[in-house]
Design a protein around this ligand. Structure first.
Ligand code: GTP
Ligand code: SF4
Ligand code: MG
Length: 433
């Protein structure tokens, strides 16, 4: 059975505002459940509270209730930091304000959300206690800023809020981003390679793999699912070769050996870079591996907090491959979840997981921060493919990224006479094992 939609595929709707304006009451009203604690004491919500639900007609959403951004004291500063992190993963922001209290504070919050390119809806709450300022409403209308007048405690106005949410969400919903469906036409076949290592969930397949199967079937394509050990036999049994093989990057080398060059091959994490990140920029960053020198520091970042296993890809396999590639020791730091250093200057490269648990907004916020600090950020599948000398092949299904890769290689080769491509391949294939 396919599991419920993971967080990474839900539209994130965040409630922001000063303390006590009714953010949590609003979450409870829209979900019609007691999800978040409500009280008359300012500062009741401390950590962000998340509630997944099916909000029709939008579909799967994740509501995020946050701590008031006017919190005070040392703890207040930490809460505000968490709220700011939540802004970084928000697709639609609901700016909650008390009717009759629109100040410079609300203006700044609106500006901050807009600076993150987040579409905003203003929720003017507690209209049972105070009428909203008419001039303010006129201004919202002139600016095309959607708003709803609400009484969160009774649910009055919630229909308007839902309608505004739909107006804002519709363009995104009408243009769903796809993982691989566009690469495999109707009546074509893709082979998905899934090694069941110690990290694989017991008795189930990973959410991302389930999502891939579902997309292919929705697109009237066929799908052959094999373990890495069964790939050669499956390919041999197929009368018509598949139009794509997608593998878990940790068995990229074996899969590349077994799959004929005539069959396009890529990795789930490369598909994720296209879906959640910036495939072109992360491809260019993979080539930055050539600039690494022994002793350099590398940050490995994973979006989820799974328990590492012995042969963990981020902690063991990638460091082993890269040390061999560079020909010396490298210093690796691993971070998980939302722990991410503010100062990236000690690092020469950031290698990120595919972020299957995150929405695109959150991954892009992280990528932008790395770019702002001038540190290249790539991803697991891309860097593994590069170290193994098969990145060009793995990018063939993505012409734009392939062109960027070739250009980045040319740029690296020209001034310093770095390794030519055949050398890279010959050398890196010997990294296997
Ligand atoms: N009269 C009236 N009271 C409301 C309304 N919405 C919320 N309240 C009350 O306002 C108080 C604060 O509500 P919360 O939902 O906890 O506010 P919050 O913004 O989540 O507050 P913090 O978590 O402290 O930031 C509670 O006493 C609610 O019952 C409303 O529309 N009308
Ligand atoms: S480490 Fe990253 S890609 Fe792997 S399961 Fe966690 S979020 Fe998904
Ligand atoms: Mg609250």
């Amino acid at each position: 059975m396919l599991r419920a939609t993971s967080k990474g595929f839900r539209l994130h709707i965040g409630f922001f505002g000063r303390r006590n304006v009714g953010k949590s009451s609003l979450l409870n009203a829209i979900t019609q459940q007691k999800v978040s604690i409500v009280s008359e004491v300012a500062g009741t919500t401390t950590d962000p509270v998340e509630k997944p639900m099916e909000l029709l007609p939008i579909g799967p959403v994740l509501f995020v209730d946050t701590a008031g951004v006017d919190d005070v004291g040392a703890l207040g500063a930490q809460r505000i930091a968490k709220t700011r992190q939540a802004i970084g993963r928000t697709d639609i922001g609901v700016l909650v304000a008390e009717a009759g209290m629109w100040t410079e504070f609300e203006e700044q919050l609106l500006a901050e959300l807009r600076a993150h390119k987040i579409p905003v809806i203003v929720a003017l709450n507690k209209v049972d206690l105070c009428r909203p300022d008419v001039d303010l409403l006129i201004r919202f209308e002139q600016e095309g800023l959607p708003y709803a007048k609400l009484v969160a405690t009774t649910g009055d106005g919630m229909d308007t809020l839902r309608a505004r949410l739909w107006d804002v969400a519709q363009p995104e919903v009408d243009q769903p981003q796809v993982l691989l469906r566009d690469l495999v036409g109707p009546d074509k076949t893709a082979v998905l390679v899934m090694p069941f290592d110690k990290e694989a969930p017991k008795g189930r397949i990973k959410q991302l793999q389930a999502q891939s199967i579902r997309e292919l079937l929705d697109g009237e394509a066929s799908c052959v699912v094999v373990k890495d050990t069964g790939l050669e036999r499956a390919l041999g049994n197929m009368k018509v070769p598949p139009c794509l093989v997608v593998t878990d990057a940790q068995v990229f080398d074996e899969v590349a050996r077994v799959t004929p060059n005539s069959i396009p091959l890529t990795a789930f994490s490369i598909l994720l870079s296209r879906l959640k990140g910036d495939l072109v920029a992360q491809t260019k960053a993979a080539v930055a591996v050539d600039e690494l020198k022994p002793g350099d520091r590398i940050l490995v970042a994973e979006s989820c907090t799974h328990h590492p296993i012995e042969e963990d890809i981020g902690r063991v396999k990638i460091p082993r491959w890269l040390k061999k590639y560079v020909g010396g020791e490298l210093e690796f730091t691993t971070v998980k979840g939302r722990d991410f250093p503010e100062d990236l200057s000690p690092y020469k490269l950031v290698i990120h997981c595919g972020a299957c648990m995150w929405n695109r907004k959150e991954m892009m916020t992280r990528i932008r921060e790395c770019h702002r600090q001038g540190v290249p950020i790539t991803n697991y599948g891309l860097v593994i493919a590069y170290a193994l000398g098969i990145l060009e092949r793995a990018l063939e299904p993505f012409p734009e990224a392939l062109a960027a890769y070739k250009e980045a290689r040319r740029e690296h080769l020209a001034p310093s006479g770095l390794k030519s491509e055949p050398d890279v391949k010959a050398e890196s294939m010997s990294l296997v094992g």
